[in-house]
Design a binder for this molecule. Sequence first.
Ligand code: PLP
Length: 394
Amino acid sequence: MLPRKDKFDLPAGVIYLDGNSLGPLPKGALARAETVITEQWGQQLIRAWNSAGWMDLPVKVGDRLAPLIGAPKGSVATGDTLSIKVYQALAAALKMRPERKVILSDSGNFPSDLYMAQGLIETIGGDLSLKTPAPEAVLDAIDETVAVVMLTHVDYRTGRLHDMHAITKAAHRAGAVMVWDLAHSAGAMALDLAGCGAEFAVGCTYKYLNGGPGAPAFIYARPDLIQAVEPALAGWMGHDAPFAMDPDYRPARDAERLRVGTPPIVQLSILDAALDVWEGVDLQALRAASMRLSDLFIAEVERRCPALILASPRDANQRGSQVSFAFEHGYAAVQALIDLGVIGDFRAPNIMRFGFTPLFLDDDDIRQAAALIERVTRDELWRDAKYQTRSRVT
Ligand SMILES: *Cc1c(COP(=O)(O)O)cnc(C)c1O
């Protein structure tokens, strides 16, 4: 059942089109954080690792994330940040194809994913290389030299969607390992990880999953492979028996081997509470609503704002849950828009980016937002000097 505005604490007078970057505050999150801090940490102290179930929380939350990404229970570990999980998945994938020397990604991938690959190549040494063809050219670039295909499902800038099944199939046909980054897809659409057969997937939980700033990331390994996965970051929480204090590393038998160190219990508990929002949500209906809202947004903005050029695929089937427009004065225009109560964001060099989260947006929000974007562009509100200086976060 959609929408679920009542499940979130959204500030009055704001149309929030940035849930793709930082999801809003779910109503149960504050109470949960308070319980964890005052009752568990405050009163139970270190006993809470057992008495409040802190030690089991990473797996419990992984099992709640699993159905949202089409993964079986026990196959998803949580913790750390997405960048770390990209590193872990990539390192493990490379170990599965030691004779091959190419990591294939695309030029639209999120910089941190590419940086992690570059850093890993530096660390491993040898003649490994990273190839980044244009997103449209990836399928043709998959050949027998490729060890790992590492792609982000939805392009963070344009919203362009890769075909997970077709690319995974091509990777496997060429003998490569597939790693998917689901940062902009988890919580935005139904996913079928098990069905597509990819070896690894990673993602963050502070975007469409509303886990809050700095919420822990997740990593999936295909269950039939987990015993063969060699964790590159062999931390004690991924050990088969952390409290045996064994001087030698022996990985846990299941996805827990992809844990590294002490889990961030406060954040993880907030994420656990945030996942309550998803109880009973039909992901097919969510996707249908997101496509309808974003189509409406494109139609309204194009009708009202001729200066903005669509930078996302026009066909909703080819898009994630976001729409981007190119505009020379995009940064200033987004700042002016935020002052009018419509929160989107800006990505260099000239992209105004808007995310659609049908859990708390409806047609009225979209029409109002488009009317305010028209005001900013038609009246050139972006010209104001106060909108010209860039903040650290855009
Ligand atoms: C948001 C995002 C990240 C951010 O990584 P963090 O380690 O959580 O800061 C990385 N990769 C992709 C594809 C993203 O969309």
